[in-house]
Design a protein around this ligand. Structure first.
Ligand code: GLP
Length: 263
């Protein structure tokens, strides 16, 4: 496990984008697992810049997103701030800025009428694509990966998950409040890849920034893995794991001599 500590959000985003870009250059038809939330926005902007200015080519890349709120989907006629679907987020923050092919991008369909069947189909699609080569992840305020709330099994697969009060509060503050959508009208359920699904990715990059994440980061990296902090499953991963943090998110880590501080 490599832990990289950048001075600030910009450096963290640049470092992560370069890792992803190097990966795409070395395997142009790779399968990327992608995440939503405020954390990866800087990384996506940098990838878009690299596409624009350096010709970084996504034309053969396939993508699978981690999760989507249940009951919502991308609504093209709605303004972006009123459409809080993750499908719309991915389109606005990344897909429309790069040359990825639409038919190669998958975000779970929150409007499915048969969620159980759909979740199995999503798992099958990942397998059909050859599995995920590189999975990008953030971490929730309660330590979750994707929407695997505390108590999710480390062997869980893609499924419907009920969101905790803390996740609803966090995502309300970060996204829904600005859109003028009331907390009670937020979706309370989501489709999420499972921890078992995520652990099958060959490589993992987890990002976190800000002091609010310092506690769950320290628990994920330096304490025994627990399903109460589902991101701690990273310690069970058998491939390459890189954790990219800014200094505030790294501030409660103790084994600092084992980590790499970026100049
Ligand atoms: C949501 C997403 C997670 C993400 C988390 C953190 O819960 N489902 O995938 O990691 O938010 O979001 P942020 O980056 O805004 O802190």
């Amino acid at each position: 496990m490599d832990v990289i500590i950048a001075k600030n959000y910009e450096d963290m985003s640049r470092y992560t984008a370069k890792m992803i870009a190097d990966f795409v250059r070395s395997k142009p038809n790779c399968v990327l697992g992608l995440a939503t939330g405020s954390t990866p926005i800087g990384t996506y902007r940098e990838l878009a810049r690299m596409h624009r200015e350096e010709g970084l080519d996504f034309s053969q890349v396939k993508t699978f997103n981690l999760d989507e709120y249940l009951g919502v989907g991308m609504e093209r006629n709605k303004p972006y701030d009123l459409d809080q679907s993750y499908a719309r987020f991915m389109y606005e923050e990344l897909f429309r800025h790069i040359n990825v092919q639409k038919r190669y991008t998958r975000v779970p369909n929150g409007l499915t009428t048969d969620p159980d069947h759909y979740c199995q189909w999503y798992e099958d699609e990942i397998k059909k694509a050859g599995g995920i080569d590189l999975q990008l992840l953030g971490i929730g305020g309660d330590g979750h990966w994707a929407f695997n709330e505390p108590g999710s099994s480390f062997s869980s697969r893609t499924r419907i998950e009920e969101l905790t009060e803390q996740t609803l509060d966090d995502n309300y503050e970060s996204f829904y409040k600005k859109a003028g959508i009331s907390r009670k009208d937020m979706p309370h359920y989501a489709i999420t890849m499972g921890i078992g699904t995520i652990l099958e990715a060959r490589n993992i990059i987890m990002m976190a920034n800000g002091s609010k994440k310092a506690n769950v980061i320290a628990r994920s990296i330096e304490e025994p893995p627990t399903t109460q902090i589902t991101a701690s499953a990273l310690q069970l991963h058998t491939g390459g794991v890189t954790i990219v943090l800014d200094e505030p998110a790294a501030s409660l880590l103790k084994n600092t001599d084992r980590y790499q501080y970026l100049p």
